[in-house]
Ligand binder design. Structure first.
Ligand code: DX5
Ligand code: ZN
Length: 225
């Protein structure tokens, strides 16, 4: 399966419910919500209240990307707010295994995120603990940045490693994904595409999601065939 996860960071915050409904109707698979604390990344964004509000407007799984220091402190409030998938950064915690296990024990899907400058080798001890790995393809903090091309090799290396270890974890890629680089990123092995500005700043957000879904289906068929 190849999935599309619209990131509401680039949606109109005065009408977030409508953006979420539009994404669901257009066939999105997940709603990606970027949480930034002004410390781990320079920007400040959303909290559990927003996730609880989104929860009321969609049946899609909510994928919370924690770009915060001390992520452990924020796992319970986002769990209570209705997050289904929760990822935290390897660079943000000294207790990676413990924090990921906490997410699993709460019945949510744990994911581990890596900044562009962090090697995949840092995942070694938790590779079997997570449901997904989020590779940042921009330096986190803002939407609308350019895709870092080196990410393609990182995806290939990670997929080869997962295959070797016979692990099923999905590879999510986040940052700078657009219609014109989606196909090659899927071909490199991406399973889940996160896209913010390419969707919500497009003249036709729903049409863009439908087109991304079409590309995801083609990539999935290609892989199976
Ligand atoms: C960046 C966030 C992304 C962001 C992606 O720090 O983690 O999820 O919304 O935005 P685009 O798709 O515009 O690069
Ligand atoms: Zn994100």
């Amino acid at each position: 399966m190849k999935l599309i996860a619209p990131s509401i960071l680039s949606a109109d915050f005065s009408d977030i419910g409508r953006a979420v409904e539009l994404a669901e109707q257009a066939g999105a698979d997940l709603i990606h919500v970027d949480i930034m604390d002004g410390h781990f990344v320079p920007n400040l964004t959303l909290g559990p209240q927003l996730v609880a509000a989104v929860r009321k407007r969609t049946r899609l799984p909510i994928d919370v990307h924690l770009m915060v220091e001390n992520p452990r402190a924020f796992v319970p409030p986002f769990h209570e707010a209705g997050a289904d998938w929760i990822s935290l950064h390897v660079e943000a915690t000294a207790h990676l295994h413990k924090d990921l296990t906490m997410i699993r024990d709460l019945g949510r899907k744990p994911g581990v995120a890596l900044n562009p400058g962090t090697p995949i080798q840092t995942l070694r001890e938790v590779l079997g603990t997570v449901d997904f790995i989020l590779l940042m393809s921009v330096n986190p903090g803002w939407g609308g940045q350019s895709f870092i091309p080196r990410t393609l090799d990182k995806i290939r290396e990670l997929k080869a490693w997962l295959r070797k270890e016979r692990l099923e974890a999905a590879v999510q890629v986040d940052g700078g994904l657009k219609l014109d680089n989606l196909e090659e990123t899927f071909r490199a092995g991406m399973d889940i595409a996160v896209a913010g500005s390419a969707i919500f700043e497009a003249p036709d957000p729903a049409g863009t999601i439908r087109e991304m879904k079409r590309m995801a289906a083609l990539a999935a068929a290609d892989k199976d065939g």
